[in-house]
Design a binder for this molecule. Structure first.
Ligand code: ITT
Length: 203
């Protein structure tokens, strides 16, 4: 096996892994994930921006494994909250919180708000084994619902209604979400920008 056709997905989030694998189907490419390298410590996401965190996650895994690594850092940016929770979306309700606590806090913060506009912004970084990195982004605009609806997806999906539809992402199928989501858009840009690396890997 040539390490140049291995891509390590620098995440431990199983939902992200499923969405990324569905949209990165290069026949010559072998994908691994951070879960396959338990000896590599989890990256501390202390960057001030999504870009900084995505690059840090990708570079750490690429340098440690000697393979390409792809990382995703995503934030929910809510207009009425000045762009919060943004880069802090995973820990909005506290360091050891879960998705339900984050969603409860968001609903409380927006109680009675007329402006419920928000966007998901997803930054995907690719790192080379020598530590060099590039990134692309994908944005999905929508509104925050007044109650949680649906059981698919993860995170803030039960509250997020994309402008394209009248259901929450948690009421979308995986394929419907990928077709219009922030991650779907970022991954299509990533495949267009970097896909040639793996198309050429064995030649
Ligand atoms: P990794 O760092 O291991 O990739 P994570 O879950 O910590 O996984 P992030 O640092 O990108 O991911 O945190 C972003 C948070 O934003 C995440 O915990 C979810 O609550 C939320 N989120 C990200 N993508 C989402 C999506 O597609 N739909 C709903 N919520 C999402």
């Amino acid at each position: 096996m040539n390490s140049m056709n291995v891509l390590v997905l620098a995440t431990r989030n199983p939902h992200k892994l499923e969405e990324i694998r569905a949209l990165f189907p290069f026949p010559d490419l072998i994908t691994r994930s951070a879960l396959d390298y338990p000896e590599i410590p989890e990256v501390v996401e202390d960057g001030a921006t999504l870009e900084a965190n995505a690059v840090k996650k990708a570079v750490t895994l690429a340098v440690a494994t000697g393979a390409y690594a792809l990382a995703d850092d995503t934030g929910l940016e809510v207009n009425a909250l000045g762009g919060a929770p943004g880069v802090r979306s995973a820990r909005y309700a506290g360091e050891a919180c879960d998705y339900a606590a984050n969603n409860r806090k968001l609903l409380a913060a927006l109680q009675g708000a007329a402006d419920r506009e928000a966007q998901f912004r997803c930054v995907i970084a690719l790192a080379w084994p020598n530590g060099q990195a590039q990134y692309v982004e994908g944005v999905c605009r929508g509104t925050i619902g007044v109650t949680a609806r649906g059981t698919n997806g993860f995170g803030y999906d039960p509250l997020f209604i994309p402008d394209e539809g009248d259901r929450t992402f948690a009421e979308y199928t995986a394929a419907e979400k990928n077709a219009c989501s922030h991650r779907g858009r970022a991954l299509r840009a990533a495949a267009e920008r970097w896909g040639g690396l793996w198309a050429r890997a064995d030649r």
